[in-house]
Design a protein around this ligand. Structure first.
Ligand SMILES: [Zn+2]
Length: 482
């Protein structure tokens, strides 16, 4: 079946860069894009009117966690995490200390993951890179929802632990790390290229501070053998930066490089605390040069880190230093359009420079740069032969119009709610801002119920004997006047 999207502002790809085609057409079938241009003389089965709308390649979200529509991250907003240098990723573990809660059922976990995929899709993500939530159920949900994903279970040689006083440390279990790597390899062998090649694998040793050098080296070896990429969390916390310097006399990026991990197939999750960041006291831009020389990529998730009172220094500067910069949504909200705006704006503030991280550069991060990070040329661009992953975003809304430059309007004024249609692999998955075949109202109600129960149980957890509301106070106290 051939479909022609016509009348919109098409962001075509000329083989080198995106170009604006006003009143353009995109023609595609279930396998590929057939034509991008001003007109198409051939017959088609269906025409879609995109007048006043932006027609772009589907966005690529290079760092997101499927379990996080519901996680302790919701509880740690606005609260002090001073002893952990403000980082929620560690601070939230306080809430888990001594936790006696029952694990979620498989059904609960599946609903949470499904909601995460729905959120991604609704804001125009057609390809996601999952971090940590990779399992059989996520493969099944990815098939059901119709999105494209990079999936594999994570593994590590150590866990973060906290003693009775809340002091942070590591509990090592190297065997567990090796077993995890084996399982991830088997998972990738089972699923890489499955679901009409919408599912691919990627190795994910969890964090730079929780894996041994040997495990990273073995990961590189396996990735080369399997022909898949690698991602890990690196430079996400000041404590982690200091810990790696203490252990190895190297920055986290230098340390990873010494294990052979860096390369054109490597995505550094976050990489905020790196050389040149004012809080690290590590001078120069050696880390950025290493990443650039090896062709490595960074997945920046600005919204989540802004909540942690920290910004990359900076997204724009890293681009100028030659690092392949991409963007992810991490935990919540999972709105990649919103995330673009934060990446661009924070960069301008940090650099004190209006030209830093332009709208076009930021848009490239979720399209061309991201496809490069995944070593692909068939996604992230609208050109003949590319995968039919297409987003139609309404610009003629009160929120956005009038429009001079469609990309600047999108990056500066749009949110995921302005995404009207999403096609992935040629299939219409989102229409009028709703995921086809998913009862969103029902799913939201179900996950809200799981969340309410989960957070209620937090009251039973043993964290310094404080109640949930003492630990995570509401913005205003509840009131029930007569
Ligand atoms: Zn993450």
């Amino acid at each position: 079946m051939t479909i022609k999207i016509e009348g919109g502002i098409v962001l075509g790809f000329d083989g080198e860069k995106h170009r604006i085609i006003r009143d353009g057409v995109v023609v595609f079938d279930e396998n590929q894009i057939i034509h991008v241009g001003k007109s198409y003389p051939g017959e088609v089965d269906e025409k879609v009117d995109a007048k006043g709308k932006l027609v772009t390649p589907g966005f690529i979200n290079t760092h997101c966690h499927a379990h996080t529509p519901l996680s302790p991250h919701h509880l740690t907003v606005d609260i002090s995490l001073d002893p952990y240098y403000q980082h929620a990723g560690i601070g939230m573990h306080i809430a888990r200390r001594g936790a006696t809660r029952e694990p979620r059922t498989e059904e609960e976990s599946s609903k949470i993951k499904k909601l995460s995929l729905v959120k991604r899709l609704l804001s125009g993500t057609t390809t996601y890179v999952e971090v940590g939530g990779g399992d059989e159920e996520l493969v099944r949900l990815t098939e059901e929802i119709g999105i494209r994903g990079y999936i594999a279970p994570g593994y590590k040689s150590a866990s973060w632990v906290f003693d009775e006083e809340g002091r942070f440390g590591y509990e090592w279990d190297e065997e567990k790390g090796w077993k995890g790597l084996d399982e991830a390899v088997q998972f990738i062998e089972r699923h890489h290229g499955s679901v009409n090649d919408r599912v691919r694998g990627m190795l994910y040793p969890a964090q730079v501070d929780t894996c041994t050098p040997d495990l990273f080296e073995a990961t590189r070896e396996k990735a080369d053998k399997l022909g898949v990429g690698i991602q890990t969390h690196v430079g996400q916390r000041l404590i982690e930066f200091q810990e790696i310097v203490r252990r190895h006399l190297k920055t986290p990026v230098q340390f990873l490089h010494s294990t052979g991990l860096l390369g054109p197939d490597f995505i550094a999750g976050h990489c905020i605390f790196a050389s040149g960041h004012s809080r690290t006291s590590w001078p120069g831009h050696g880390d950025q040069r290493l990443l650039a020389e090896t062709g490595s990529s960074i997945a920046y998730c600005p919204v989540v880190f802004t909540r942690n009172a920290v910004a990359m220094e900076s997204f724009g500067r890293n681009m100028r230093l030659g690092v392949n910069m991409t963007i992810g949504t991490d935990n919540y909200p999972q709105d990649i359009v919103n995330e673009m705006r934060w990446a661009s704006m924070l960069s301008k503030v940090v650099d004190f420079d209006r030209t830093s991280a332009s709208s076009a550069e930021t848009f490239n991060a979720v399209t061309l740069n991201a496809s490069k990070a995944l070593r692909r040329t068939d996604i992230g661009c609208l050109q003949k032969g590319a995968k039919p992953d297409i987003v139609i975003l309404d610009l003629q809304t009160t929120r956005i119009a009038p429009v001079y430059d469609p990309i600047k309007s999108m990056v500066n004024a749009a949110t995921g709610d302005n995404v009207e249609r999403v096609y992935c692999d040629g299939r219409l998955l989102v229409d009028q801002g709703r995921v086809i075949g998913v009862d969103e109202t029902k799913l939201l109600a179900e996950v809200q119920e799981i969340a309410d129960n989960d957070w209620k149980r937090v009251s039973d957890w043993d964290y310094a004997e404080r109640s949930l509301k003492e630990y995570a106070p509401l913005s205003y106290e509840e009131w029930a006047p007569e």
